[in-house]
Design a protein around this ligand. Structure first.
Ligand code: NDP
Length: 241
């Protein structure tokens, strides 16, 4: 087992974040979980503790910078440092642009882009001052390719990749990793309100990875020695998108 790391995970109440919390805690890491649905976090924390894992949680809305800073500060006070931040929280209410679902576009921009920037801002000063740390940003295959109905979502995930690369180039002491999953079983498509898009996406999502596959990829990047920065991993289902 590697040294215990202090690992913050945003969006840990379901899907990839939840599976990653379980997996990293099982490896002996101290996980600190954030999301808006604290009932879910409480249940997950109880489960992890019951198997001997080290876990804390706190309510978090990544669209609010003060809230995100308070989340990071809580971890700093409790543990004295933050080794890894996993910017995982995301939403995907897909629709064709002509439907003009402006509130949903703004929601994707707020969570998927601003949320990632808020996470970076909340932990970067500590990591820079200690000349050590690791920021993992969850993008998507939608960060490489655009499909109809995915224009805004893909735009946010292209942005995550651009922000991550800029962060990496500017910070030689902080490791930066982009994880880009293909289709994964989760609650991500539940926010789609456009009926046509919802049925199209169900076909697209017929072949999906279990979220544990992404958790293993994230763990691989974290567990590398400090002088090794895994820059980017794409993880797709073998027989799917
Ligand atoms: P889920 O919908 O299962 O999980 C999304 C998580 O984000 C939830 O825990 C949710 O928690 C959290 N979240 C949403 N809004 C906020 C907010 N404002 N503040 C804090 N947390 C928030 O989906 P996935 O697990 O699939 O998604 C995780 C990441 O993986 C996302 O960034 C997504 O874009 C990306 N991804 C997923 C793929 C897939 O096929 N599943 C493919 C490629 C990328 P709560 O509602 O409790 O706040």
């Amino acid at each position: 087992m590697n040294t215990t790391k202090i690992i913050l995970i945003t969006g840990a109440s379901s899907g990839i974040g939840e599976a990653t919390a379980r997996h990293l805690a099982a490896q002996g890491h101290q996980v600190f979980l954030g999301a808006r649905r604290t009932d879910r976090l409480e249940k997950l924390a109880e489960e992890i503790r019951s198997t001997g894992g080290l876990v804390e949680y706190r309510t978090l809305d990544v669209t609010n910078f003060e809230d995100t800073q308070a989340f990071a500060d809580f971890a700093l006070e409790k543990f004295g440092r933050i080794d890894v931040l996993i910017n995982n929280a995301g939403v995907m209410p897909l629709s064709p642009l002509h439907e003009l679902k402006i509130n949903e576009w703004n929601q994707m921009i707020d969570v998927n882009i601003r949320g990632v920037l808020h996470g970076i801002a909340a932990v970067l000063p500590d990591m820079q001052s200690r000349k050590s740390g690791h920021i993992i940003n969850i993008s998507s295959i939608g960060g490489f390719q655009v499909w109809p109905t995915c224009a805004v979502y893909s735009g946010t995930k292209f942005a995550v990749r651009a922000i991550s690369e800029g962060l990496r180039l500017e910070n030689k002491d902080v490791r930066v990793t982009i994880i880009s999953p293909g289709v994964v079983e989760s609650e991500l498509a539940h926010t789609i309100t456009d009926p046509g898009t919802r049925s199209m996406i169900e076909d697209f999502r017929a072949v999906a990875l279990k979220p544990e596959a992404i958790a293993r990829g994230i763990t691989y990047a974290i567990d590398q020695p400090a002088d090794v920065d895994v820059n980017e991993i794409i993880i797709r289902p073998t027989s799917g998108a």
